[in-house]
Design a protein around this ligand. Structure first.
Ligand code: IPM
Ligand code: MN
Length: 370
């Protein structure tokens, strides 16, 4: 298969982790004789620095004309005050989502056996966790009008949704559930928010077309605790933009690190693949960031193009790295494996290179496979 992939590494640890994802895709292409081409463009703080624009036209055009976008992260400590300045890095991502009409962000969450002891949660509670968050991406608080008054004394953010926006993501959520454990949990705040009431009504209507699928309605506060107390009870979670953003970071605790959570943002014609984590500015250039969320996002890219076998090569290699303890310091206590080394290990497994033995000379945190 021939794929043109736009690579927007962004800021902070974005470039380091995306480089490992590109390397992984190159290896898969080599093994399966695919032709993947990669073209880079600026986004976020890096683009503001170069062009005073978080999403320059050239970057947008590249994304529009590519088959898929591999995205890193955006952000910069200088812009932490967000809207106090007129432009800030995250605008680049928000505009890209809007321009490409990426309306759903799929965030799979799994408890890996190898990292179960690394989580702050009890193994018996999280073992077997495997759910997907379908986060709405085109509407809600992050996309609505917002304003901080001139005098800095008041502010507002608006949350609005249309039936059309809720219906299209709800359908996808139910379709996905049909292929899995046949349960959809719809998360809202219907006891207080008008948008929540709309979400509840529309999802209930859509659910009638899927009688085999159980629909569970949860208020977001309840969902937040259930996610930690009973994570295995979830299959597909569908929710609004901001609730999905918050719940998916919380879910990072289940995998043991936010550095393990990938995502796919899908629209009618375009798709973007990015780690759930942010730019982790403090770690920039140190080579300590976990590349697995980005590498797993690359696996989701392959799945998007029905390259299931190729994707499973990546999933297998990631499991091997976790089991062997070839992990960055968010997962192992000693600073032994850097970003690039983890990527190298994944490469060795995919290409079945004997060099993976070099990792053997190191004393494992927990070695069971190699
Ligand atoms: C994410 C990020 C973004 C979001 C920011 C950078 C706008 O937190 O992808 O989860 O909130 O959508
Ligand atoms: Mn987020």
């Amino acid at each position: 298969m021939k794929l043109d992939i736009a690579v927007l590494k962004g800021d902070g640890i974005g470039p380091e982790v995306v480089s490992e994802a590109v390397k992984t895709l190159e290896n898969v292409a080599k093994k399966y004789q695919h032709e993947f081409s990669f073209k880079e463009a600026l986004v976020g703080g890096a683009a503001i620095k170069a062009h005073n624009n978080p999403l320059p036209e050239a970057s947008l055009q590249l994304c529009k004309t590519s088959d898929a976008v591999l995205f890193g992260a955006v952000g910069h400590p200088n812009y932490n005050s967000g809207q106090l300045s007129k432009i800030w890095p995250a605008q680049g991502l928000l505009k890209l989502r809007q321009e490409l009409d990426l309306f759903v962000n799929i965030r799979p969450v799994r408890a890996y056996e190898a990292t179960i002891s690394k989580t702050p949660l009890k193994p018996e509670i999280i073992r077997g966790t495997d759910f997907r968050i379908f986060r709405e991406l085109s509407g809600g608080v992050l996309m609505g009008d917002s304003c901080l008054s001139e005098d800095g004394q008041s502010a507002f953010d608006t949350c609005s949704y249309t039936v059309f926006e809720i219906e299209r993501i709800a359908k996808l959520a139910f379709e996905a559930a049909m292929q899995r454990k046949k349960k959809v949990t719809m998360v809202d705040k219907a006891n207080f928010m008008a948008t929540g009431q709309l979400w509840r009504r529309v999802c209930t209507e859509i659910s009638k077309n899927y009688p085999e699928v159980e629909l569970e309605n949860l208020h977001v506060d309840h969902a937040a605790i259930k996610l930690i107390q009973h994570p295995t009870s979830f299959d597909i979670i569908v929710t609004s933009n901001i609730f999905g953003d918050i719940l998916s970071d919380e879910a990072g605790a289940i995998s043991g690190s936010l550095g393990l959570l990938p995502s796919a943002s899908i629209g009618p014609n375009q798709a973007l693949f990015a780690p759930v984590h942010g730019c982790y500015a403090a770690a920039t250039g140190k080579g300590i960031a976990n590349p697995l969320a980005s590498i797993l996002s690359a696996a989701m890219l392959l799945e998007h193009f029905d390259l299931e076998e190729e994707a499973s090569e990546i999933y297998h290699a990631v499991e091997r790295s976790l089991t062997a303890g070839v992990s960055t310091m968010d997962l192992v206590t000693k600073e032994r494996f850097g970003t690039e080394m983890v990527g190298d290990f994944i490469q060795c497994i995919i290409l079945e290179l004997p060099q993976y033995g070099q990792f053997q000379s190191v004393e494992w945190e927990q070695s069971t496979i190699i």
